[in-house]
Each structure stands twice: as C-alpha cells, then as structure tokens.
Write a protein that binds this ligand. Structure first.
Ligand code: GLU
Length: 382
C-alpha cells in the first residue's frame, strides 16, 4: 500500500507561509529562454518580488539556481548540441557570471544583498568543509543576505558532481536545517506515470513516505533543459524528509511562482514526520560514533539541564582525539553520561580552553571561535 494521499488538505498551502527558513531551487528551463538563450528577466524579477515578500514577513530564503551551463553554452558555443565535460565546465564559468549578475540586479530592486556560493559534492559530505559552508551560509542569513547557490561545475569532475541541482538543493536544505524546500520545475508535481506520454497520469498531491511504489512511478523523465527528471526529485525528497524538511515540486514557469504556490497552485508536497530540529537532534543522539568524552562540573550540568549550551568554563576534562564538529559524549564528575553533542572545538583546542571564560578563547588559541564548547542546538541530553 502506498502512503501517498490523493486528497487535498489545508496543511499543504500553509507550508509556505508557516516556513521559517526556505530553500528554493530554480531549474534552468525557467530561467533561460530556450529560443534566445538569455535570462527571462521579467520572470526573475517576479521571483525576486516573491523572495522580498517572504523576507518582509521574517522568513529566511536561500536560492539554488541552475542555468550557468545553459547560459554559458549559448555565449561560448551556440552551435554545440551535446558539449563534452570540459566544455560544460567552460560554459558554467562563463554562464555563472551572467547568472549571479542577474540575481544581484533583480534582488537589488528590493534592497536585498545577494551572496554567491558555489559548492561541490565533497563540500556537503566532508565534515570540515560541510561545517565551513554551513557557518558561511548561516552567517550570510544572519547578516540579511540571500545566498544564491549553484554547483561549482568548473571544478567538479563527472565522478564528484551532483550533476543535478535537485539533490544539491536538498543537501543545502539539510545543511542549514531549512524547514521547507521548493523545487520550481517545468512540471507541476509528481505523477503516477509520465504525463507527457500517458493521458491517464495522475498528480499525487501529498507523499509522506518514499515507498518502492513511489520510486517505481518516477521513471526516467527528462524535461526541457533540466538535467534531472523525477528520479532526482525523489532523491531530493528522500534527503529532505530524512532531515525533517518538507518539499514541494511545482510548476514555476508562471510569474510569481511562490505566490502561486501559496495561493494553492497544483503541486506535490512531500511531508516529513518530524521537524528539522528534532530530526537533527535524533541524528546527534543516535547515529553517531562518539570520538571523545568531555567531563563537566556541577554548574555546567545544571546549565545543560536548563537547556543552555556547554561553555568551556564548565569543562573539567577532555579525552579522546576529535576534530571540530565531531560527536562527543558529555559526562558528569561521577562519569555518568549526561548528553551527546557536536564539539565546536578539536580535542587539542578544547583541552587548552577548558576551565576558561569564553572571552579568553582568542588569547588562548590565537583565533576567535565559538563562545560555546557545545552549542545547545548541537546537544542532546541522554
Ligand atoms: N549546475 C548546473 C548549471 O547551473 C545545472 C544543474 C541542474 O540543472 O540540475 O547549469
């Protein structure tokens, strides 16, 4: 029995207005005019209007945009139909400038600063780079800008490419604990079969679990400029749902596509069973291999019980060899396990700052790291 529901419900349209942190993926087919190979400026301006409206009501927005290769190809090699990898890399280099410039101009109409981030698969998988990317994205959001993200196509070889921005967008959503991901596509949702070939294809409005039947429905559809069909959208949905992030697939070709989604445009919502915060905490509590032990004093123990972060001042011992971002066990002075968490400092640095006030960190280490040894968002009590 599939867990897909075919009835519409009020929860879906609330998805966007109830969002705190939103990732929107823009497919090449929406942004680049097929005939002229140029950016559809009116459409982009309408998307920028939508983004500005979301931000005006306090929501944070990150954009994952395709289009670099499609744009660059038209400029560098208009005749080339199926470019080789190095030609795609060259096209991406030329196209990315045009792409970033267009976003910068469109969002500047609303006084919004755009920041470009180019990521590869390893940036989202390797712990240290993942942390750096995550910190940079979070800082950009805090400073009020809209990150515009794409794959770093010029340095990604075939083996280490995402290859499609659906999965990249889901990884970004996971990285920043977004609660909503919207894939703006040239198809209005997830269908039982390919709607261009089968008139009997039905749109599934809501999916709460990716069952084998749902996977079988995805087929291998490839649409317009897009490099991913429904298969990559399902892969993105899996990543999103596992991170507690809801995901919508909707047709973004109309102007003001986010407003349209809010007003109940046709779409498929993939709905997770838990919120991003609890999904992340479950992950910290359960699936990690602790690399060290941090022992804390009674004062820190009390602070942790009250939902506070662990500060270096309350740490009395650090055991093990771990890097920044690794999982550690927190114990009290009787060596009872009290929590699991991700250390903001490598073991060597943690030993140097333990027992010290946070304002002394810079003098002790020569750089200014976080005030907390383990931030409360990265901590789960046992
Ligand atoms: N990163 C590619 C580009 O900007 C697009 C990948 C995709 O469309 O999924 O051209």
């Amino acid at each position: 029995m599939t867990k897909a529901k075919r009835s519409s419900g009020p929860t879906r349209s609330r998805g966007l207005t109830a969002t705190r942190r939103l990732v929107v993926k823009i497919g090449s087919a929406l942004l680049v005019d097929e005939a002229s190979g140029t950016i559809r400026r009116d459409w982009l301006d309408s998307l920028a209007d939508d983004v500005a409206r979301c931000r005006a009501r306090g929501q944070e927005v990150l954009l994952v945009s395709s289009g670099a290769i499609a744009l660059g190809r038209r400029h560098l090699m208009p005749e080339r139909r199926s470019p080789k990898l190095e030609e795609k890399q060259a096209a991406a280099a030329a196209g990315q400038i045009l792409l970033a410039h267009a976003y910068q101009e469109s969002l500047a109409r609303h006084g919004i600063t755009v920041a470009q981030i180019l990521l590869t698969l390893s940036d989202t998988e390797e712990r240290r780079r993942h942390l750096n990317a995550r910190n940079a994205l979070q800082t950009l959001l805090r400073l009020g800008s809209v990150p515009v993200i794409n794959e770093n196509d010029t340095v990604a070889t075939e083996e280490i490419r995402f290859g499609d921005n659906d999965r990249l967008a889901a990884r970004v959503a996971q990285m920043v604990s977004a609660d909503t991901l919207v894939l703006l596509s040239d198809i209005d949702g997830f269908y039982t079969t390919d709607p261009r070939r089968d008139p009997g294809a039905t749109l599934i409005p809501e999916v709460t679990e990716i069952t084998p039947e749902i996977e079988a429905m995805a087929g291998q559809a490839r649409l317009g400029h897009s490099s991913g069909g429904m298969v990559t959208k399902l892969q993105a949905a899996k990543i999103a749902l596992a991170s507690g992030c809801r995901m919508a697939v909707t047709d973004g070709t109309c102007e003001h596509p986010l407003a349209a989604l809010e007003e109940g445009a046709r779409c498929t919502w993939f709905l997770p069973s838990s919120e991003p915060r609890s999904a992340r905490k479950r992950w910290i509590a359960g699936s990690l291999n602790p690399m060290g032990v941090i022992t804390v004093d009674d004062g820190a123990l009390k602070a942790l019980a009250n939902g506070k972060s662990l500060l270096p001042a309350g740490v009395t011992a650090v055991e093990g060899t771990f890097e920044r971002g690794d999982a550690v066990v927190v114990r009290d002075r009787r060596q009872r396990e009290v929590a699991h968490g991700l250390s903001a400092y490598a073991a060597v640095d943690a030993r140097r700052i333990m027992g010290h006030k946070s304002h002394e960190i810079e003098t002790l280490l020569g750089y200014r790291g976080r005030d907390e040894m383990i931030h409360r968002d990265d901590l789960v009590l046992s």
